[in-house]
Design a protein around this ligand. Structure first.
Ligand SMILES: [Zn+2]
Ligand SMILES: [Zn+2]
Length: 259
């Protein structure tokens, strides 16, 4: 069987000259090392203020659940992060309040395809940061989303190290030798699965969206992988990334790519 994934990820190299180990490469990679946090989850419902995959988010009293601009149906909540629940050493990756990611999964209307939801700023998605005080948050017993995914509440974080892939390293100015490249492409970096910060696991090329206000590359905040905590497949085992402009904090996006 042809490894399609490999076709995208590999570049042409000569037969490696020498064996490379972690010991040989760790010093040149040290400047690119980042901490990444994997969410610890429980299959349980949590209150509107909690961090979670799916379930009920914090909405203001009088506010209606965000709907898809294509089908007008309430969108799935993919993720809510309360800035107070993040690991202390992660700082404030998106500011104060709740990062919320809504995504329309209405296949009857093919919103994902019609609205090209793999691109940032699609009309069938909504990524935002809201900062509601507890007393102004709406209390909702039942999600209005049709076939809402089961909630997983985020109860903690597991810290690990992360590094960019060879292509992003090259963009950052570090060119690996063929032997180093061979070694590096066998390592499991950047890490897949759902994660906070670290480096994006790009399935295709390095694709940070540009901020519509200033044109700068948006910064990576969170990765939502296919069928990890959300029972949803982005195309053919794609991987989605939440990004935000460092300057214009109200410019946030979800975008994904697959093989
Ligand atoms: Zn829709
Ligand atoms: Zn900007």
């Amino acid at each position: 069987m042809v490894n399609i994934f490999g076709l995208f990820k590999k570049k042409e190299v000569r037969q490696p000259q020498e064996e490379v180990s972690w010991e040989d490469i760790k010093d040149i990679l040290a400047p690119y090392k980042r901490t990444v946090w994997f969410p610890k989850v429980e299959d349980q419902k949590s209150d509107e203020m909690a961090s979670k995959f799916s379930g009920i988010p914090a909405l203001a009293k009088g506010e209606s659940w965000p709907c898809c601009s294509h089908c007008d149906e309430p969108m799935q909540l993919f993720l809510q992060l309360n800035s107070k629940d993040l690991p202390e050493s992660a700082g404030k990756p998106f500011g104060d309040g709740f990062l919320q990611v809504f995504y329309c999964t209405n296949w009857d209307q093919e919103c994902e395809i019609e609205c090209e939801a793999y691109f940032p700023f699609s009309k069938s998605t909504l990524v935002r940061v809201v900062n509601y005080q507890p007393e102004s948050v709406l209390s909702l017993d039942v999600s209005p989303v049709k076939d809402a995914f089961p909630e997983k509440s985020i109860t903690g974080w597991e810290e690990q190290s992360d590094y960019p892939n060879w292509e992003e390293l090259e963009e950052l100015g570090l060119t690996l030798s063929d032997s180093q490249y061979e070694f590096w492409s066998e390592q499991e970096y950047p890490r897949n699965r759902d994660k906070l910060l670290g480096w994006p696991h790009w399935v295709q090329g390095v694709e940070y969206p540009d901020c519509p206000d200033c044109g700068n590359s948006m910064k990576f905040i969170f990765q939502i992988d296919s069928e990890d905590n959300i029972p949803y497949m982005f195309g053919d085992v794609g991987c989605a990334h939440i990004t935000q402009c460092a300057e214009h904090k109200d410019k946030l996006a979800i975008a994904w790519a697959c093989c």
